[in-house]
Design a protein around this ligand. Structure first.
Ligand code: Z16
Length: 837
């Protein structure tokens, strides 16, 4: 045996293949080592969380080897890199996903159980990083998974919020919010990189000065400075050697600032400075489609964007690339307008800090950025009051004015004499109070603009961004969203995934179009039987989970009808619950009616200040409560509101779902991505012609999809004529509204739901009544179809078999081909030989 001193003197092995081997035995050894040497725990005294941490560190060791190999490959090749800028990354738990991607899920499960521990209990210990609100943040997570799987060099850039999306608890039927302390027990998946910290300026003013060459220049004198410290999380590709990076910024106080105050004896001031700095990355704003216009939010956006662009410039320095080639080295995708300030910030860095001529800097900027829009709701378009903007970013406001002057000059020539068009296109909204329009900044500074589903991209061109489309039609395109089948099938639905692999082999996880090979199995009675058994087993698991969480029994033999997503009027959870009340009413009126038993499952968070959304939650819970206590409908109708819908809960619910509710008012949901997760897992959709529903129906076939409601065009016409809800009132709908208003669901309180019912009756922008009959009728067809078990199973198999398009791998391939022009760079795993020190 080598003496310790000897090996210290000649450290030739950077890592030991034994230490990070993927075998069961090596893994057990690593787990126990971590428990002792990292957690400092003796097995008999360790908690489940200590075991989880040890397990996570053992997995992390195995991922670091890939990470180093990836960094080496990218550095050596100086590869073109995608930088995905997003204020949100809704990652969900890492452990299970990393095991799937490494291909060691089963070995590790066995290793852990051979050590006498319960693997599922350990998986559940992980506090998921909920650094996003919903679809947009989860899309970013699916995208970085797909980029790693497709071996595209990429960096995800965002904010390391100390508190992610709030934890939702239902108290007396109402939503209450609790802080999400996800970092409480530490985060084994991240690595702090203090050596790459950067300074970010905020506030203050600008002034003119002459540089050494007597040139007149502008200087930004900031009011405060914060330090951005990067925390890196490796993002594994699926069964390859790629480990890309998610780089999230934490805000800290610069030491120099503290010291000057501290030295003056102002301890309080020094502490305040530190506290203020850290508030920048303290908490995620919990609003999805409603902007709040808070100073801190703009500061957060600028903070992570500036830190990221500076970091990219550091990478260029390290790789000895001149800044003139910034757009060749990097393709930056702006995930909505949240990072749109990047357009002005890159100009500032190039023009002010690097003394580049304006025209050249602008050329580089426009060749760098591409912008994805995620919404058609006008209230979700970010506009910052000019005064607020100026107080946070005085230099950027001047730069935006300059960009605007040059831009409007171009428009003036193209559209001679069209003053109204100039006002509509301007980066500054001047009707009344003045605002900076972030979507306009994003459009002007990007070479490509895309929507997230066919219909959405069309409506952007016709409606929201029409003037930009008329100016630059070539910039516009569509990239229909997708989701990663690794998390949303392999990890969350192992039973179904195993059956599929048994039938068609396992390459479908890398090439989801291969699910087509399942189609013939829809005609195979034995296969259908197994398909049904799996759905039932998933429903049984889910029922146990509901029992544990909500204390109520749901019947796995009933139809599981699910609507999980953020609560919003445009998503129309109220349409769903009104229909549930109608069913309840039917059962009460005719207790012997022929009735397909159903369990209605709801889940989702409401923005804390969105009162109507919170009232909808209360109504759902109130109906759930009454229905649960009414013996007359027992076993036939159940309503469940699943608390705190998040990624982990999503992983439980999609595999158990049979009917997917995608019932937004047509023309309002940009895409939806939950709709895809359901369909892949064999649920049928009841949905409107909205977002990606249209493409799902197109793929799975109209005969395997339950369509109802007005089209986007009909919605627009109806509104154009003046929508009058009462014209759509039916006897049944009248009963439903009366029942609610009578206080039946609110212990006699006739006022409780008035804001909701009055809204629907008198001024409803989402046309609930207009679609109610069509929806009820369609639900009747669902119930009938469900009774023909074989027919339903065939439809279910075909939904899954035809969902290949909705892999985020397909989406990312399209971004690479049409927007980023980023080739893949395969990674070879470095061996001991390569890394001799
Ligand atoms: C969000 O999740 C979305 C849009 C938006 O403006 C803000 C947030 Cl936080 C969603 C869309 O509502 C949804 O239709 C889409 O599928 C998703 O973004 C991803 O594109």
């Amino acid at each position: 045996m080598a003496t310790p001193m000897k090996s210290m003197e000649t450290p030739t092995e950077l890592y030991d293949d034994e230490r990070t081997a993927l075998t069961k035995e090596a893994f057990k050894r690593a787990f126990l080592d971590n428990l002792l040497y990292v957690q400092g725990k003796f097995p008999a005294l360790a908690s489940q969380n200590d075991y989880y941490q040890a397990l996570a560190y053992a997995v992390r060791d195995r991922l670091l080897q890939r990470w180093i190999s990836t960094a080496a490959a990218y550095t050596k090749q100086g590869s073109r890199t995608v930088a995905y800028f997003s204020a949100e990354f809704l990652m969900g738990p890492h452990l299970g996903n990393n095991l799937i991607n490494l291909g060691i899920y089963e070995q590790v499960r066995e290793a852990i159980s051979e050590l006498g521990l319960d693997f599922d209990t350990l998986l559940r210990q992980e506090d998921e990083p909920g650094l996003g609100n919903g679809g947009l943040g989860r899309l970013a997570a699916c995208f970085i998974d797909s980029m790693a799987t497709l071996e595209i060099p990429s960096l995800g850039y965002g904010i390391r919020y100390e508190f992610g999306i709030f934890h939702q608890e239902i108290v007396d039927g109402w939503q209450t919010e609790r802080t999400d302390k996800w970092l409480r027990f530490g985060n084994p998946w991240e690595i702090l990189r203090p050596e790459w910290a950067v300074e970010v300026k905020l506030g203050g003013h600008t002034e003119q000065y002459r540089d050494e060459q007597e040139r007149l220049r502008i200087r930004w004198v900031p009011g405060k400075v914060v330090v951005g410290v990067p925390y890196d999380t490796p993002i594994l590709g699926f069964r390859n050697n790629t480990a890309n990076t998610l780089r999230l910024w934490k805000a800290e106080a610069p030491e120099s600032f503290d010291f000057s105050t501290f030295n003056r004896g102002d301890y309080g001031g020094a502490v305040r400075q530190k506290v203020w700095s850290e508030t920048l990355s303290k908490v995620l704003y919990p609003n999805d489609e409603q902007i709040q216009g808070k100073t801190l939010r703009l500061e957060q956006q600028y903070f992570f964007v500036s830190a990221s662009l500076q970091d990219m410039m550091r990478i260029m320095r390290v790789q000895k690339l001149p800044l003139e080639r910034f757009h060749e080295k990097f393709a930056v995708q702006l995930n909505d307008t949240h990072p749109a300030i990047a357009v002005a910030e890159l100009m500032r860095l190039l023009v002010d800090d690097h003394v580049m001529p304006w025209e050249q800097a602008w050329d580089i900027t426009c060749k760098t950025f591409a912008y994805t829009n995620h919404t058609l709701l006008p209230e979700a378009l970010e506009c910052w009051p000019l005064e607020l903007f100026k107080s946070v970013l005085p230099r950027h406001l001047d730069l935006i004015y300059e960009i605007n002057v040059r831009f409007l000059d171009e428009v003036r020539i193209r559209f001679y004499g069209d003053e109204a068009r100039l006002a509509r296109l301007s980066l500054i909204d001047e009707h009344g109070e003045r605002y900076v329009r972030m979507a306009h900044l994003a459009c002007v500074g990007s070479h490509t603009i895309n929507g997230v589903a066919e219909l959405h991209s069309e409506l952007l061109k016709q409606d929201v961004l029409r003037d930009f489309y008329e100016l630059w039609p070539h910039k516009f395109g569509n990239k229909t969203n997708g989701v990663t089948p690794r998390r949303w099938m392999a990890l969350s639905n192992p039973r179904l995934s195993d059956l599929i692999s048994e039938a068609i082999g396992d390459s479908w996880l890398k090439n989801l179009d291969e699910l087509q090979k399942l189609e013939p199995f829809a005609q195979d009675a034995a296969f259908r039987q197994r398909w049904r058994e799996i759905k039932l087993a998933n429903k049984v698991d889910f029922a146990a989970f509901v029992k544990e969480r909500n204390g109520i029994n749901i019947d796995p033999a009933s139809l599981f009808d699910v609507q999980v997503k953020r609560i919003h009027e445009y998503k129309r959870q109220h349409l769903n619950i009104l229909h549930v009340i109608a069913l309840y009413h039917r059962l009460r009126s005719d207790p012997n009616a022929d009735f397909q038993p159903r369990t209605f499952i709801f889940g989702g968070k409401a923005a804390p200040a969105y009162h109507m959304a919170k009232l909808i939650i209360k109504l759902i819970n109130s109906v759930a409560d009454v229905v649960d206590r009414d013996p007359a409908v027992k076993d036939r109708l159940k309503v469940v509101f699943l608390q705190n819908f998040n990624v982990s809960n999503g992983q439980r619910v999609y595999p158990a779902a049979e009917l997917s509710e995608q019932i937004s008012t047509a023309g309002k949901e940009a895409s939806g991505t939950g709709n895809m997760k359901f369909s892949m897992n064999g649920a049928l959709t009841i949905g409107t012609m909205d977002g990606a529903n249209i493409e799902i129906r197109q793929e799975v076939g109209a005969e395997n999809f339950f369509l109802f409601g007005l089209t986007a065009e009909q919605v627009a016409q109806t509104k154009g004529r003046g929508y009058r809800p009462l014209e759509h009132m039916t006897a049944e709908l009248q009963e439903v509204i009366s029942l609610i208003n009578s206080g039946f669901f609110s212990r006699g309180d006739v006022q409780m739901f008035r804001a909701l019912t009055d809204g629907l009756l008198w001024h409803d922008p989402y046309l609930v009544f207009a679609d109610f009959e069509s929806y009820s009728e369609c639900q009747l067809q669902v119930s009938q179809a469900y009774r023909d078990v074989d027919h339903w199973t065939r439809m279910s198999i075909l939904n899954s078999a035809r969902s290949g398009k909705f892999s985020s791998d397909r989406t990312i391939r399209e971004y690479c081909a049409d927007i980023w022009r980023a080739p893949s760079v395969p990674v070879r795993l470095l061996s001991q030989e390569d890394v001799k020190v």
